[in-house]
Structure formats: structure tokens, C-alpha cells
Design a protein around this ligand. Structure first.
Ligand code: DAH
Length: 342
């Protein structure tokens, strides 16, 4: 009988179930009403009294050990089930979790679209550094030394060297292109720009612009108008019209501000166009002869036009976004509304 008890103790020690129901089977076989322990207890009744004490202790030990082991094993399996709600981490037949496919950011979508429209007209993409110097952002673009755009309030300067700054517009790429290439030049320049502005629904300290530049012999204001009209129709629809209002930029002469007919009300007047029927989309003009000379291009021989627009603004008009901050918050509920990436 002692051998039987020792055998069972060993069995309990070595028991290593692979699945939860094996534990229950093991319990029934050992501790159940018709189980092995009860068989032993039956035999125990007829054991000689002088052996009863020793054997009784052994049987009790067997019972406690078995119960403890079974309870711990059960708890372990239970935990595993909770960690893997699928029930079993190795169940290869269950469906997997699908990868979430993102969508392109509206700013990227619109920037790509602007660039693509001008590439169709023969423009090529040019880029420049975000950390610039005074020459490329201001001086070469005919900004007088006291011009307010150079003011500390607008421009982020590097404290140790005020000649180094974060570009406030992508017009700096015009200068870099003219310094590096001979006309004819036709470039479209997308990029990020920085201004020291308080963040609100209509302003941000980081935003995006696309600059365009066309330099050749005999380029006229009519060419500029034609290029912008083509752009407006491609971006906002065939029915779009443009108008130009006289304006001032240091680097263009004459300069104009371009409006496109409001694509929401068709020009009749609504909240978005403030009942004017027109939406402002960009600045433009004929490149000032001083700017051509500063970059080593002969203003007697060549002329050209330039234009610059804010990508956030174009995207706002195209998608009816009312708060510029939404572009920067990365809220998926906002971002998911735009064209899927694939
Ligand atoms: N650089 C101007 C700005 O940031 C935009 C601009 C206006 C660019 C007229 C041009 C232009 O090339 O001709 O506000």
C-alpha cells in the first residue's frame, strides 16, 4: 500500500498537462468519488492499527499535494486564456487582425496636385533649405533693410547669428535656382515655411507654400495670367474664373493678388467667400529687374513671372476646412476623410 501511495505522489509531481481539460480528467481519476485516493482509503480501513498513523499521514500529504497542484495548474490555464482572448494563442485557424491602411495627409494631397498641374506645363520641381540666410530670403529678393518682414516678430532668427534664419517663404528657392541655372527657367518649388505667429484657426507658425518661377526672353504678364487661369481651372474646376487685384511685393513689379471665383456658391456669394463671390488664392507678379540682377540674370535680355501660394489655404478652400489647426493635430477622424493612400 505504501508503494501505491508513493507511486501516486510521483504521478502528481510529474503531471504536466497540455490543455485545460487534462487537469479536470486528472482530478477525477485521482480525487473523484471512484478515484484512486478513495480506493486507497478503502484499503486503509483494514490496515493494522500500528501502521495507521504513518500511512494516514502519507495519505493526507498525497491529498493536499494533489489538490494544491491541481488548483495552481487550473489558475495558470485560466490566466493564459484571459491574456489571449482568442482562447489559444496557437490557434492558426482563427482570422488575423487586418493591417490598417492610412490615407495621405490633405496637405500632401494638395501639394502633389499643385505640383502635378504645373509639371504638365513643363515646370520642374526645385527645392531649397529650410534653414536659410538673409540673402536668399530677403536681400536678393529686393527687401529694403528696414522692411517689416525682417522684423523679429515675423522671422525666427538664430540668436547667435542673425544672418541665419528659418525661411519665411519659398521665394528663397527662386533665388537659389536663378543663381544656379541659366534661362529658360521653369520651376515649381514646394516647401515648409516658418513665421513667428500666434497659432489660431487662420495662422500657424509652420505652414506650406508652393512657389513658381518662369524666366525666359519675352515673358509677359499675359503668360502669367494664362498659367494661373489654367491652374485655377485644374484645381477648382473648369467653370472657375480668376481676377487679379494690384498689390505690392518687393520682388515683383507689377504685383497682383489672385482671386478665384468661389467654387461653393459659383460666385453668387456665401459665408466662405464672405458674400463677395471671390476667394484669394495667391500672390504673383513680374520678377523685379533688381531680383534678376542680384542673381546674375540680365534684365535687359530676360523677363519672367513668379507666383506663390499657401498649401493650407488651397486645401481649406478645396475641402471646406475651417480651422487650420486641424492639419497639425493628426486626429485620425479628420485625416480619414481624405482620399485613401492606395
Ligand atoms: N512670398 C510671398 C509670401 O510669402 C508669396 C508670393 C507673392 C510669392 C508674390 C511670389 C510672388 O513669387 O510673386 O507671401
Amino acid at each position: 500500500m505504501i508503494e501505491k501511495i508513493n507511486d501516486l505522489l510521483k504521478k502528481v509531481e510529474e503531471f504536466k498537462p497540455q490543455a485545460a481539460d487534462e487537469i479536470e480528467q486528472f482530478r477525477v481519476k485521482l480525487l473523484g468519488r471512484k478515484g484512486e485516493l478513495n480506493e486507497i482509503l478503502e484499503e486503509f480501513k483494514s490496515v493494522a492499527p500500528e501502521l495507521k498513523r504513518e500511512l494516514g499521514q502519507k495519505i493526507n500529504a498525497l491529498k493536499t499535494q494533489a489538490t494544491e497542484k491541481i488548483n495552481t495548474l487550473k489558475a495558470e490555464f485560466e490566466n493564459r486564456m484571459q491574456e489571449t482572448p482568442a482562447g489559444d494563442a496557437l490557434d492558426m485557424s482563427r482570422p488575423g487582425t487586418a493591417d490598417e491602411i492610412g490615407s495621405r495627409h490633405p496637405i500632401s494631397l494638395v501639394r502633389n496636385q499643385i505640383v502635378e498641374i504645373f509639371t504638365r506645363l513643363g515646370y520642374v520641381v526645385a527645392e531649397g533649405p529650410e534653414i536659410e540666410d538673409d540673402w536668399h530670403v530677403f536681400s536678393a529678393l529686393n527687401f529694403p533693410p528696414e522692411h517689416p518682414a525682417r522684423d523679429m516678430q515675423d522671422t525666427f532668427f538664430i540668436e547667435k547669428n542673425p544672418d541665419i534664419l528659418l525661411r519665411t517663404h519659398t521665394s528663397s528657392i527662386q533665388v537659389r535656382t536663378m543663381e544656379a541655372q541659366k534661362p529658360p527657367i521653369r520651376v515649381i518649388c514646394p516647401g515648409r515655411v516658418f513665421r513667428n505667429e500666434a497659432i489660431s484657426y487662420r495662422a500657424h507658425c509652420i505652414f506650406h507654400q508652393v512657389e513658381g518661377l518662369y524666366i525666359d526672353e519675352h515673358v509677359s504678364f499675359a503668360d502669367l495670367k494664362q498659367a494661373i487661369l489654367y491652374f485655377a481651372k485644374e484645381m477648382f474646376g473648369e467653370q472657375s474664373q480668376i481676377r487679379m487685384r494690384p498689390s505690392y511685393f518687393p520682388f515683383t513689379e507689377p504685383s497682383a493678388e489672385v482671386d478665384v471665383s468661389c467654387n461653393l456658391c459659383g460666385g453668387k456669394g456665401c459665408n466662405v467667400c464672405k458674400h463677395t463671390g471671390w476667394l484669394e488664392i495667391m500672390g504673383c507678379g513680374m520678377v523685379d529687374p533688381n531680383v534678376l540682377s542680384a542673381s546674375g540674370i540680365d534684365p535687359q535680355k530676360y523677363s519672367g513671372f513668379a507666383f506663390g501660394m499657401g498649401v493650407e489655404r488651397i486645401a481649406m478652400l478645396k475641402y471646406g476646412v475651417k480651422d487650420l489647426r486641424l492639419y497639425f493635430e493628426n486626429d485620425l477622424r479628420f485625416l480619414r476623410q481624405f482620399e485613401s493612400a492606395l
